[in-house]
Design a protein around this ligand. Structure first.
Ligand SMILES: NC(=O)c1ccc[n+]([C@@H]2O[C@H](COP(=O)([O-])OP(=O)(O)OC[C@H]3O[C@@H](n4cnc5c(N)ncnc54)[C@H](O)[C@@H]3O)[C@@H](O)[C@H]2O)c1
Length: 257
């Protein structure tokens, strides 16, 4: 199978796609992939160095240059202002990708109220407040697609990350709830639940030969899941080819669950 041959979804051309946490990992791959679809990509992240590098890399291509703003998404006001600025720049948002997260490990004993709220402030809250912030512009256009990044950890509930798992499970519920709230305005809300996706951060922090061997025993498909595999699902859910799909959770995990 040649995975480099990507489908082009013509409705995405020149449309405004807004991505949170787009500087690295799956987010950066989505910035590249949506740009390659001809979309106008706006993204935010607190990692300015990688974000600027990504924008420069894409300058050399034939695509629209992405719009970037340095934002810490735990500050709701700043998040909302960035979305308003992006709308001024690129017009109404066609697709919002709530991708930002931080999968730091912690035991329940290490948690206190401050750390718990800090985890939800990056892993859960931005998806809600960003969705609320794009709603008016999507409503005016009577269309829109919101994609929330959950995780198969919401289904499996592994140890040593209770706040992250709670947030990711919350995103599945939020997806259902907002799909009902926003459906009258033809705004769709879906969730993606990836399995282990081999980003640079995963390689740096968690990928050992032993861990990968263990993962391979548990999955049906023995290839690595790469960021582009996930980006392709996001592109489908953003495009009008998925126009009657809403309120759903899509697992992409090589058959792990
Ligand atoms: N990689 C995986 O194996 C995997 C598995 C399941 C689910 N996911 C989900 O997919 C999405 C992307 O995963 P990833 O592995 O690329 O994540 P990542 O941690 O590599 O990247 C997240 C991005 O968010 C940014 N970010 C973190 N905190 C921020 C903050 N407070 N303000 C602004 N930006 C901030 C980071 O700088 C980074 O660019 C996440 O929602 C993650 O939970 C990933």
């Amino acid at each position: 199978m040649n995975s480099n041959k990507t489908t082009i979804y013509h409705d995405l051309k020149d449309q405004h796609v807004f991505i949170t946490g787009g500087a690295t990992g799956i987010g950066a791959e989505m910035v590249r992939a949506f740009a390659a679809q001809g979309a106008r990509v706006a993204f935010i992240d607190y990692d300015e160095i990688n974000a600027r590098q990504l924008c420069d890399d894409l300058m050399n291509d034939q695509f629209h240059k992405p719009w970037f703003k340095k934002v810490d998404v735990t500050n709701v006001n700043t998040l909302e202002n960035a979305i308003a600025d992006a709308i001024k720049e690129f017009g109404p948002i066609y697709a919002l990708i709530n991708n930002v997260a931080n999968d730091e490990r912690h035991t329940p004993e290490e948690m206190n109220e401050e750390k718990w709220r800090a985890s939800l402030a990056v892993n859960l809250d931005p998806a809600f407040f960003a969705s609320k912030a794009v709603y008016e512009s999507m409503k005016l256009n009577h269309q829109g697609s919101i994609i929330n990044f959950s995780s198969i950890n919401a289904l499996l509930g592994p140890a040593n990350m209770p706040a992250y798992v709670t947030a990711k499970a919350g995103l599945v519920g939020m997806t259902k709830a907002l799909s009902k709230d926003y459906g009258d305005n033809n705004i769709r809300v879906n969730a993606i639940l990836p399995g282990w996706v081999i980003t640079d951060r995963q390689i740096e922090k968690w990928l050992t030969p032993e861990a990968e061997e263990e993962w391979k025993k548990l999955v049906a498909l023995k290839d690595r899941i790469m960021p582009i595999d996930v980006a392709k699902l996001a592109i489908f859910l953003a495009s009008s080819d998925s126009k009657m799909i809403t309120g759903q959770s899509f697992v992409i995990d090589a058959g792990r669950t």
